[in-house]
Design a protein around this ligand. Structure first.
Ligand SMILES: Cc1ncc(COP(=O)(O)O)c(C=O)c1O
Length: 463
């Protein structure tokens, strides 16, 4: 019997999709549906509802990939049922994950790329948890040796992404976050040293801060920690949160010392799904060498006669993102990544130039030194009857998502607006954005709107 004629399925095959039962009434929202329905009309219904979402390509708030080549779509589709954790069943997927780890170890100058240790994660947040946990475990081992009583561990950071606050709360570590100061949006060696003591499990430096896209001074902070060790004997490890910068610095800022070339850098995380160009759900964490990942945090799985260390928070996890990451490494190599990231940086420069010409904004970051993107605030002498929240709201009318947000404590009175220039954000699109901004400014001058202010302030800033 044809599926559509079975008891319980009420749709006739000849019905137009919008005349079919699933689409003739609102879908269930609060009760688990009783009846079975045809696949095609339900697909149409779900798809139609998703039209209300913003257009991801116009979401200039996200650091994450919003463009994928068709080969990536194919690989993702073909690997939809591969579970990353099933190393025995999918040994090649496991092998590909390890190849990516070795390639990243090479890119980030680990002493031994062949024997480097690391793993994929769902993103930088999970990777940060793992990096933080390893630091906490190593600190505990150091403290136990000294046989001193229980003391609360702390972690010293610059202005970090929320994942580090989560790490601190979930794993009971005090976070000593260096507040921004007017005109200083990142940490400094002096501010780091002020907060370190013998219970500091590690210092986190961000390569591409979420707020202003700046790279923190890893090399200078490492040198300060070297001096501290000489004076006090505290050997405090450095972790680099390279969520974005881990895939930018090796291509755009080759001269910058931030990675395993600095002996004090013990671990690095990066988001494959940001400037690593993989689709959503790919992150990486690597340790400098085996000794930097405490043995009792590793679970071992034997496959293909080898020894596969696993260290992750999740068990099941999709394998497609990692396969797609490997595709990108092979497809682009250093040459291709450099071209892609340079194109993004150039486009950010183009946008920054356009914004400067509007004579309304102070450019805080133009993408030339940190993450490709532009951050700006309203000039103090900009005589306008609106703020950046209003402007953000106006731009939404045209589909652009350009968030306005206030900086963290100590600088919370500063409101900033930010555009991330990722793969697929072109000068042509930025020219249209600039025109739309000019029109929005004109409209707001004529009819200042305060509704935007409330709406934009109410919607929280995620990145
Ligand atoms: C510096 C930094 N660290 C960590 C994260 C969290 O990364 P993910 O979204 O990959 O979990 C982000 C996200 O934007 C970030 O910018």
């Amino acid at each position: 019997m044809a599926l559509h004629m079975r008891k319980g399925l009420e749709t006739e095959e000849r019905d137009d999709v919008y005349a079919s039962l699933p689409l003739k009434r609102p879908a269930e929202k609060y009760r688990f549906p009783e009846r079975e329905q045809e696949a095609d009309p339900v697909y149409q219904l779900v798809r139609d509802e998703l039209m209300i979402d913003g257009n991801a390509r116009l979401n200039l708030a996200t650091f994450c990939s919003t463009f994928e080549e068709r080969q990536v779509h194919r690989l993702m589709d073909e690997s939809i049922s591969k579970n990353m954790i099933d190393k025995d069943e999918y040994p090649q997927t496991a092998e590909i994950e390890m190849r990516c780890v070795h390639m990243l170890a090479d890119l980030w100058h680990a002493p031994e790329s062949r024997t480097a240790i690391g793993c994929s994660t769902t993103g930088s947040s999970e990777a940060a948890m793992l990096g933080g946990l390893a630091m906490k475990w190593r600190w505990r081992a150091r403290r136990c040796k000294k046989d001193s009583g229980p003391e609360k561990p702390n972690i010293v950071t610059g202005p970090v992404q929320i994942c580090w606050h989560k790490f601190a709360r979930y794993w009971d570590v005090e976070i000593r976050e260096i507040p921004m100061a007017p005109g200083r949006y990142v940490s400094s060696p002096e501010e780091v040293l002020k907060r370190c003591d013998e219970n500091t499990i590690g210092v986190v430096q961000t390569l591409g801060t979420t707020f202003t896209l700046d790279f923190e001074p890893v090399e200078q902070v490492a040198a300060a920690l070297d001096r501290l060790q000489k004076e006090k004997g505290w050997d405090i490890p450095l972790h680099v949160d390279g969520a974005s910068g881990g895939f930018l610095a090796p291509f755009l800022h080759k001269e910058l010392l931030w990675d395993f070339r600095i002996p004090r850098v013990k671990s690095i995380n990066a988001s494959g799904h940001k400037f690593g160009l993989a689709p959503l759900g790919a992150g990486w964490i690597l340790w400098r060498e085996l000794a930097d990942l405490p043995e009792d945090l590793i679970f071992r799985v034997n496959y293909l006669g080898g020894d596969m260390p696993t260290f992750a928070l999740n068990f099941s996890r999709p394998g497609g993102q990692i396969i797609a990451q490997y595709y990108h490494f092979l497809r682009l190599g250093r040459e291709g990544y450099t071209k892609v990231q340079q194109a993004c940086a150039d486009t950010a420069g183009f946008l920054a130039e356009g914004l400067r010409k509007m004579k309304l904004f102070d450019i805080i970051s133009d993408g030339s030194k940190g993450v490709p993107g532009v951050c700006w605030k309203l000039r103090k002498d900009a005589d306008v009857p609106f703020d950046l929240y209003d402007l953000a709201e106006r731009l939404r009318y045209r589909g652009w998502l350009v968030p306005a947000y206030s900086l963290p404590p100590a600088c919370e009175s500063e409101v900033i607006q930010r555009v991330l220039v990722r793969h697929g954000v072109t000068p042509d699109l930025m020219e249209i954005l600039l025109k739309d901004m000019a029109s929005a400014v004109e409209e707001l001058r004529k009819a200042p709107c305060s509704a935007g202010k409330t709406a934009a302030k109410a919607s929280c800033f995620h990145h």
